[in-house]
Design a protein. Structure first.
Length: 312
C-alpha cells in the first residue's frame, strides 16, 4: 500500500511538472520569477542569463541625448501610449537616467502569502527589512532597478544610503521607485546616482512583501517590462520596449537633424514658413538640407547612423 501511495505521488509530481505553465516559477529566495521571453517576444537580440533583453551598450549611449518628448512621440506612433509616468521627486537639478530595467513587484503584506513556508524567507523579522537585497543581488552593469511599491513612502523606503551605495557600485546607474527612499542627505551626494522616488521618509520598510522579480509591473500609468530601456529626464520617466530601442534612436537622430535645419532656416528666413514646415519639401529646400548635412559632416558633427543614411 505504501509503495502504491509513493508511486501515485511521484506520478502526480511528474504530471504537474509537465503540465504546469512554464511562464512562472518560485525562485529559491521565494519571489515569483516570470519567463521573461514570454513577455518580450519581439526581442530578437542577445539576452542576459535571466532572460532579459540585453539592449546593446551603443544604443544606451545614443539614448542619452533623446528627450522625453521625442521618445513619447515615437512610442505613440508605434502604438505604445502607456509608457510614461511623471510626478517624481528626483535627485539632481537636470536628471538624466538611461539603463536596462530590472523590475521588482511589491504588494501590501498578506500574512498567508508572506508566510516563510511559502516564500522561503527566514522566519525572523529580517524578511521585512532586507528583502530589497533579493533584488539588489541581481543587479549588473547599466541596470536600472524599477520598483513597483504601489506609491508607498511611509514605511515604504526601498533603499537607504547603504543599499544606494551598493546599487551604484554594481550598476553605475540610478533607480526608479514608485515608493520611498531614506537617507536623502547622503544619497543625493553619491555622484552619478540619479533617483526617481515618490518621496523620502526616515522609516524602514514594513508591512510589504516582495512577490516578483523581473516580472511585468505597473508604475503609475505606465507598464514596464524587464529589459525595457529606462529613460529618465526632468519631465519624468519613460519605459521603452527593448525591441524598439534601436529604431527609436535611429529615428530621433534623423528627426533631430531636420529640426535643427528648420530652426536655422526659420531664424534666417531662408524659405517660406509654410514650405519649411510642410509635409513635403521643395527641391530647393532639399538641396539646402543636403548642403547643411555635408557642412555638419565636415565639422565632424554627424553620428555614424546619420552619415550612413544621409551621405550615400
Amino acid at each position: 500500500m505504501r509503495e502504491q501511495k509513493l508511486s501515485s505521488l511521484i506520478l502526480t509530481v511528474i504530471i504537474y511538472c509537465f503540465c504546469a505553465t512554464p511562464s512562472t516559477t518560485i525562485a529559491q529566495n521565494g519571489a515569483l520569477v516570470t519567463d521573461i521571453r514570454a513577455y518580450t517576444p519581439l526581442w530578437e537580440g542577445e539576452r542576459f542569463p535571466d532572460g532579459r533583453p540585453k539592449v546593446p551598450d551603443d544604443v544606451l549611449e545614443r539614448m542619452k541625448v533623446v528627450s522625453i518628448d521625442e521618445a513619447w512621440d515615437f512610442l505613440h506612433e508605434e502604438g505604445y501610449d502607456y509608457q510614461f509616468e511623471d510626478g517624481w521627486v528626483t535627485t539632481g537639478d537636470n536628471p538624466v537616467l538611461v539603463g536596462r530595467a530590472l523590475t521588482a513587484l511589491f504588494m501590501p503584506l498578506r500574512p498567508d502569502v508572506n508566510d516563510a513556508s511559502i516564500l522561503g524567507f527566514d522566519k525572523d523579522e529580517t524578511r521585512f527589512t532586507h528583502h530589497s537585497k533579493e533584488v539588489i543581488d541581481r543587479v549588473v552593469d547599466k541596470d536600472v532597478i524599477v520598483v513597483d511599491l504601489y506609491g508607498k513612502v511611509h514605511k515604504g523606503t526601498f533603499f537607504g544610503n547603504n543599499f544606494a551605495t551598493n546599487i551604484y557600485a554594481l550598476s553605475k546607474n540610478g533607480i526608479v521607485v514608485d515608493g520611498g527612499g531614506r537617507d536623502l542627505d547622503i544619497v543625493k551626494n553619491i555622484p552619478g546616482f540619479v533617483t526617481y522616488t515618490r518621496g523620502w521618509d526616515p522609516t524602514h520598510m514594513r508591512n510589504t512583501m516582495l512577490v516578483g522579480i523581473n516580472t511585468p509591473i505597473r508604475i503609475g500609468n505606465a507598464t514596464a517590462m524587464p529589459g525595457d530601456v529606462v529613460l529618465g529626464g526632468s519631465e519624468g520617466v519613460i519605459f521603452i520596449p527593448a525591441h524598439l530601442a534601436r529604431k527609436l534612436v535611429d529615428t530621433t537622430e534623423l528627426v533631430r537633424l531636420k529640426d535643427e535645419f528648420r530652426a536655422i532656416c526659420y531664424q534666417k528666413k531662408t524659405y517660406p514658413l509654410e514650405s519649411l514646415y510642410g509635409t513635403e519639401w521643395t527641391e530647393e529646400i532639399e538641396r539646402g538640407y543636403e548642403e547643411f548635412v555635408k557642412e555638419l559632416d565636415r565639422k565632424g558633427r554627424l553620428t555614424p547612423y546619420q552619415r550612413k543614411m544621409l551621405l550615400k
